[in-house]
Design a protein around this ligand. Structure first.
Ligand code: P6P
Length: 339
């Protein structure tokens, strides 16, 4: 019986991938592991304490901030700051990036982290899975100086690590450092993550499509054409529609079973809804490392040059053959938005 290594053992066993690293990236992943356990504890008891419902604030996205959003943001920010292993953090819940300074160690650290601390938070009050998404880059400005916006506006193809935590029927941490995708399941009884899904790969094809069809009339014609293709009675179709309303959960299921997730532009969301830097790029890195594909319908997500911290892009992500077919339908029409 294969001994499932723990996340800690796995990080040590794979340290040699980063021969030039002084172990900082490993310590960074370890700090995310700790924060994930703390947030998981709170998410799992959300129904029991007065932490449900809105916090009464609105974040930069113009969305109601749920109390757990704020809690998760504070936990990840504090854990990363305390370990002094990153020089800056950008978060969906923070209007601007946060400079981590106050000690040479922090200023000299080489990584920046971008995070969606609790994605799908509208599902919190109805006990549906939510998730945390993170993305890691090496800084490009001079070490020892305060971090700059350009350190965060790097193309997704420069990521050194990315991953998510899904707080579902079980809590899993799934991440990549550019050497494949591995999934770890938390044993809550002892607070340890075990390697439960080694070398995760996207099936090349699938029969699941994930999109909010409630907005159908607002979609671009290429998306409408692709949805009709999915629903046709021929070959392996009609496909199954599965949409949880939580990107991490839909992505995780599609990576295991095969499928495509689409959040397109629409007349209601002219540049799409998902944020490039801390949702699309990390999920795209994971998708490609698992043999899948991620585009905006026209170009590779990880080749898009970011222009602002909270910018949104259309997102087609999943089994590579399904994304390729969706792109063919999209490319029958000119791209309908600049971003
Ligand atoms: P809609 C959650 O807010 C999120 O960012 C993703 O996790 C999810 O897939 C999507 O938005 C849901 O958006 O417009 O379908 O409710």
């Amino acid at each position: 019986m294969q001994k499932h290594s723990t996340l800690g053992e796995f990080i040590i066993e794979n340290q040699e991938h980063f021969k030039y690293s002084s172990g900082e990236l490993s310590r960074l992943i370890n700090s995310i592991r700790l924060a994930a356990k703390v947030v998981n504890h709170e998410v799992n008891k959300a129904g029991l304490v007065d932490i449900l419902g809105n916090a009464g604030d609105i974040n930069i996205q113009g969305e109601d901030q749920q109390k757990l959003d704020i809690y998760a943001n504070n936990i990840f920010m504090q854990t990363l700051k305390n370990r002094q292993i990153v020089c800056g953090i950008a978060s969906e819940e923070e209007d601007d990036f946060v400079t981590i300074s106050g000690s040479d160690k922090a200023n000299n650290s080489k990584y920046v982290v971008l995070i969606d601390p609790l994605d799908g938070s509208s599902n919190i009050d109805v006990n549906v899975s939510v998730g945390t998404i993170f993305s890691v880059y090496r800084r490009i400005t001079e070490s020892g100086t305060p971090v700059q916006l350009e350190d965060f506006l790097q193309k997704g193809n420069k990521q050194v690590a990315a991953g998510y935590i899904v707080y579902g029927t079980s809590t899993m941490l799934v991440y990549t450092t550019g050497h494949g995708v591995n999934g770890f399941t938390l044993n809550p009884a002892i607070g340890t993550f075990y390697l439960s899904h080694p070398k995760m790969t996207f099936p090349e094809d699938g029969t699941i499509y994930s999109i909010n069809e409630g907005y159908y009339i607002h979609f671009p014609q290429g998306v409408k054409d692709y949805l009709k293709y999915c629903q046709l009675e021929e070959e392996d179709r009609p496909y199954k529609a599965r949409y949880i309303g939580s990107l991490v959960s839909d992505f995780h299921r599609n990576m295991i079973k095969g499928g495509i997730y689409i959040y397109p532009t629409s007349s209601k969301a002219p540049t799409g809804k998902l944020r490039l830097l801390y949702e699309c790029n990390p999920m795209a890195f994971l998708a490609e490392q698992a043999g899948g594909k991620a585009s905006d319908g026209y170009m590779r997500i990880m080749d898009i040059k970011p222009t602002e911290l909270h910018q949104r892009v259309p997102f087609f992500c999943g089994s590579k053959n399904m994304v390729a077919v969706a792109e063919k339908f999209m490319q029958n029409y000119p791209q309908d938005s600049e971003y």
